[in-house]
Ligand binder design. Structure first.
Ligand code: ARG
Length: 268
């Protein structure tokens, strides 16, 4: 993950509640948020990432979570744009669309009535696309997204409202997968394990790390991997990413909105 889209938090705020973490009575401190975001972007740069910046829009406080803009397929410079579930975020679609068009991406749009929330619910483990559904993205989006990219996919049903996007509880890496099993339905847990085993067999090895609830609650699965480094939003959960340089970035203000390091980035 070297080319990354980010959006500064000038207008970041919590003035509506669209997930279980958000409370308008527990607003974000704008100065702290700005410091934390700068720290994250500096760490990303330090790890060797190239950052691309989209201008924030005062109408959309959650635009800072660029992971939800869409799913980018870098090989073909294609983006599958998101159709946001909640009206509060629906207008972000046009803003992100303009950015992608201005940067020479091929833009694919899903039928209007089908919700899809981008990389928040769509992550590759190797060549297989893991797609979340249950809270934001519709199951019916999965085959459309996978077919548009011509890739194999696994549908993962999310059942815990605190883990409403796939990237809050599932983190694929080149040599391992870190996830919180209980965020998924029993049926999906089985299909996911089956796929992990298949991928591991093909590769010769894939480590599977099922984190504890306490770690998941601290957004450990929402860490960002750049080259041989990991930026994690928490230090207290004692998960060491063996073999990686690990950096901690306090993102408390964004966690109040239900997102952390990974949500603040979109892989280009
Ligand atoms: N407040 C935002 C929302 O509920 C948080 C989005 C977090 N993004 C993510 N990719 N998990 O939509």
């Amino acid at each position: 993950m070297n080319e990354i889209l980010v959006c500064n938090p000038s207008y970041f705020d919590i003035n509506y509640e669209i997930n279980s973490w958000m409370s308008v009575d527990n607003g974000a401190d704008p100065e702290k948020a700005s410091r934390q975001w700068l720290n994250l972007t500096n760490q990303l740069l330090g790890c060797g990432a190239t950052l691309h910046y989209i201008e924030p829009d005062p109408r959309f406080p959650d635009m800072v979570f660029t992971a939800n803009a869409g799913l980018v397929h870098s090989k073909t410079r294609t983006v599958i744009l998101s159709n946001f579930r909640h009206k509060e975020r629906q207008g972000e679609k046009q803003v992100f669309k303009d950015w992608f068009l201005n940067h020479d991406y091929r833009v694919v749009e899903l039928p209007e009535h089908i919700c899809f929330e981008g990389e928040g619910d769509a992550l590759f483990l190797g060549d297989t696309l893991f797609l979340g559904y249950g809270f934001r993205t519709d199951l019916s989006a999965h085959s459309i997204v996978a077919n548009a990219l011509g890739v194999d996919y696994v549908s993962c049903e999310l059942v815990d409202p605190y883990f409403y996007h796939l990237d809050t509880c599932f983190m694929p890496m080149s040599d391992r997968v870190v996830y919180f099993k209980n965020a998924f339905s029993d049926y999906s847990q089985i299909s996911m394990i089956d796929k992990f085993i298949e991928i591991g067999t093909e590769r010769g090895r894939l480590d599977i790390l099922n984190v504890h609830k306490e770690q998941a609650d601290e957004f450990i699965c929402n860490s960002v991997n750049v080259k041989s480094s990991i930026i994690t939003p928490t230090s207290s959960s004692h998960l060491s990413f063996a073999g990686y340089k690990q950096y901690v970035c306090n993102l408390s203000e964004f966690m109040k909105s239900g997102g952390a390091a990974k949500c603040l980035t979109l892989k280009l």
